[in-house]
Design a protein around this ligand. Structure first.
Ligand code: SF4
Length: 318
């Protein structure tokens, strides 16, 4: 795990908010100056509450959303300003698995047709298309007969397998999985997670795995970035983060996860209030109105993400 496949530098995504004629234009700071490196073959988990900007970050990396500022370097190439044509070539290598595949599978098309579309877009010859189609559907645990069925004929877990097959059709290097198991029953979740892990080993894939569910992130990730209001507040190896979270927000998130060991005593940290609006974030540390360890300096000075011991943390306390 030493070769970077993706580097993100100062990535920012602002969404303008419409106001009245005489009011100043404001912006939702969905992603605010993210720096991160993803290494070949690893799984980087991105975790945080709904609305913290983790999905927007994933979409910006894939250029499904145009970043406002910053650089995205994929396999050594800066792609944040590439035109549509050049970006289409890069997208063969970067694919996405969505939370609810039913929303992204055209109900009027058979699965074979849906899976062939990316191959047609990228000009694969007919014989290669058929071979890839049959091979990929079996790799994800379905069979050739399923290619002649419509999306509504499948269960949630099978539909997610189809979503994964679609992401695999172009033989990508990087897959961004955005809450891929959140809509599934717990028993099906583990099947899909195991499938993703098997595929990673088989095809040397790199994953960015976005989820609000810490137990799922703990299961699948090598390293984890904890996001709060568009920023990374802690970035560490999975084991280090889960055994000893340093940032008060990570501590609060982890204190709410179920414990498998009945002898382990963990105090639950209750977060005060809701996630503040990203269009009007608090001054200083954005987490300070909810932080149990807030100090005077936290209300005025924004802590920067910096190296602390074996990880990166953004907190005045550490
Ligand atoms: Fe809490 Fe202050 Fe650290 Fe922010 S900087 S997380 S308010 S202690």
């Amino acid at each position: 795990m030493t070769t970077p496949i993706l580097e993100v530098k100062g990535l920012q995504k602002l969404f303008p908010v419409k106001k009245g004629w005489f009011q100043q234009r404001s912006y939702v700071h969905a992603v605010n100056g993210i720096d991160a490196t993803v290494y070949e073959g690893e799984t980087l988990g991105i975790v945080g509450e709904s609305g913290c900007g983790k999905s927007t970050l994933g979409r910006c990396i894939l250029r499904l959303l145009q970043p406002t500022q910053g650089e995205i370097i994929f396999q050594g190439q800066e792609i944040s300003r590439l035109g549509k044509k050049e970006m289409n070539i890069v997208r063969r290598q970067m694919q996405m698995v969505f939370q609810n595949p039913f929303d992204t599978l055209n109900p009027k098309l058979k699965i074979g047709h849906i899976l062939t579309e990316p191959l047609l877009t990228h000009g694969f010859p007919r014989e290669q298309r058929q071979a890839l189609l049959e091979e990929t559907i079996e790799i994800v645990g379905l069979n050739k007969q399923h290619l002649n069925r419509y999306p509504h004929e499948f269960s949630g877990g099978q539909r997610q397998r189809i979503g994964i097959a679609r992401a695999l059709m172009l033989q990508p290097k990087l897959i961004i999985a955005d809450e891929p198991v959140s809509a599934l029953d717990v028993s099906i979740q583990s099947q899909i997670l195991n499938l993703l892990q098997d595929l990673q080993e088989q095809f040397l894939l790199t994953y960015i795995f976005i989820s609000h569910d810490l137990s799922v992130v703990e299961h699948i990730s090598d390293r984890v970035a904890v996001m709060y209001l568009g920023e990374i507040v802690e970035f560490a190896d999975k084991d280090k983060l889960f055994s000893r979270p340093l940032h008060p927000y990570s501590q609060a998130l982890l204190s709410a996860t179920p414990i498998s060991d009945p002898d382990e005593n963990r105090e639950r940290i209750i977060l005060r209030g809701d996630l503040p609006s990203p269009s009007n974030p608090p001054q200083g540390c954005k987490f300070h109105p909810r932080c149990h360890a807030c100090m005077e300096i936290c209300r005025t000075e924004t802590p920067r993400l910096r190296e602390v011991e074996d990880r990166q943390v953004a907190c005045h306390l550490i």
